[in-house]
Design a protein around this ligand. Structure first.
Ligand code: UD1
Length: 419
């Protein structure tokens, strides 16, 4: 088990080149399983979740090789439709492979990913949709067996009760090789879904409407090889912007996706930071003490404020002048980072969905434990701004989503080392 030792109080300054998006790469890797040929993914982040996805592909008979920031995936000779339990446990997003395996093989066996650090994460919408597409699904002792009797999924009209990102992706992955047209109503509109669809279109899939709430997929017989560049990671971007807001200083984010980061930037601007963006770059400078955000910050499906950026922004706002209020509407259990922030001197009151943050002048270092990926990143944001030294443990959570975290922060003047 490794720790980060962080000495706070240093302003950040310089340039950060953003990694490729984790939440795009994982479903795109699942998408590569559908392709009768070799796919080359560029701008692929080096993350433990990506290594887990690579292990799943290899286990299913694809050949996945990761080198630097490139993934080469050859699924010409896929052979298996079962994801072993240990690989399912490594990463919740392994559920993403269900639609792809069913679409290609007509059957699949996975195990229930179980509750995770954000509370229970049911997959009822995934299962209902896939059964509408012809899958017969049985659940025995935590294992899910799916089989399409005639081997090929059929197009269906599916209306989601909530725009779930994962369910939308699973349906798309199953629908691209299905017989006929699939329509998803109330689909998630996250940019990573457009990235997945962009990749699948490069392989010959017929998809319209991604980025809107109605997506239409016309099934094709086969997908072909392609080379595709993964979009930048807007959540890693939000994390480094929050870090600069919390510590002071000025940063240029390179390889950023501006329009996709806008729902976050428009809130961060209310803290008084100067933010300019053009040509895939975002510039931020903090001027004076941060101001609190007056309007309630409500996490919502895209293009609302992203739930994945709630914790990192909160870590900056704990030292802002005044009171800010968050409302978490996507996950039931997404305030677990607040205990660590309180231990560092923050004044936070959680009441159900709401968290009230009364800004304090400063935080102090402490011994704390990362509770989940974004919560862990938020603790690093707070520690870089605090007085004194913080020992942050359980950092494997952070390694799931941030490439070269400590190297990037050190290069712009933050004091952080891995032990
Ligand atoms: C994805 C992202 C995650 C992000 C989340 C919301 C990836 C790998 N992960 O997660 O970083 O925080 O979107 O933007 O892309 N739900 C159900 N039943 C279902 C499916 C979902 O009740 O069948 C609920 C969930 O419990 C949650 C809400 O719907 O409360 C949203 O979940 P969803 O959009 O599916 O998130 P993920 O795809 O798991």
């Amino acid at each position: 088990m490794q720790d980060f030792i962080i000495t706070g109080g240093n302003r950040l300054s310089g340039e950060i080149t953003l990694q490729g998006s984790k939440n795009s790469t994982l479903p795109i890797m699942a998408g590569a399983f559908l392709v009768n040929g070799k796919c080359t993914l560029l701008n692929c982040p080096k993350l433990t979740d990506v290594y887990s996805a690579s292990r799943i592909l290899n286990c299913l008979g694809s050949i996945c090789r990761l080198k630097n920031n490139c993934a080469e995936i050859d699924s010409t000779a896929v052979s298996d439709s079962v994801i072993p339990e240990n690989l399912m446990r490594e990463m919740r997003s392994s559920i993403m492979f269900m639609g792809a395996i069913l679409g290609r093989m007509g059957e699949c066996t996975v195990s229930i990913p179980g509750g995770c650090e954000l509370g229970p994460r049911p997959i009822d919408m995934h299962l209902t949709a896939l059964s509408k597409m012809g899958a017969e699904i049985t659940d025995r002792h935590g294992k899910i067996f799916c089989k399409i009797p005639d081997g090929r999924a059929r197009g269906a009209r599916i209306s989601l009760s909530f725009p779930s990102v994962g369910a939308t992706e699973n349906i798309i992955l199953c629908a691209v090789l299905a017989d006929g047209e699939t329509v998803i109503n109330n689909a998630a509109r996250e940019p990573e879904i457009c990235d997945l669809c962009g990749f699948l279109r490069s392989c010959g899939a017929k998809i319209k409407g991604d980025g809107e709430s109605r997506i239409i997929i016309e099934g094709v017989r086969e997908l072909h090889s392609c080379e595709y560049t993964v979009m930048p990671d807007r959540i890693a971007g939000a994390t480094y912007l929050s870090m600069t807001a919390a510590t002071g200083g000025e940063i240029i984010l390179k390889n950023a996706c501006i329009a996709e980061t806008e729902p976050f930037i428009s809130v961060l601007e209310q803290t008084g930071c100067r933010i300019y963006s053009a040509d895939n770059r975002i510039y931020i400078r903090r001027i004076g003490r941060l101001k609190s955000v007056k309007d309630r910050i409500r996490t919502m499906p895209h293009p609302g404020f992203p739930t994945d950026a709630q914790a990192v922004l909160m870590a900056a706002l704990v030292t802002a002048d005044g009171t800010s209020v968050f409302e978490e509407n996507i996950f039931d259990c997404r305030y677990r980072h607040t205990d660590a922030l309180i231990k560092m001197g923050a004044d936070i009151q959680v009441m159900g969905k709401a968290a009230v943050i009364r800004g304090v002048p400063r935080l102090h270092g402490a011994e704390i434990e990362a509770t989940d990926l974004r919560g862990g990143a938020a603790m690093a944001v707070a520690a870089l701004a605090a007085e004194g030294i913080t020992k942050l443990s359980c950092i494997s959570h952070i390694d799931r989503g941030y490439e070269n975290f400590e190297k990037i922060i050190s290069a712009v003047g933050g004091k952080i080392r891995r032990e």
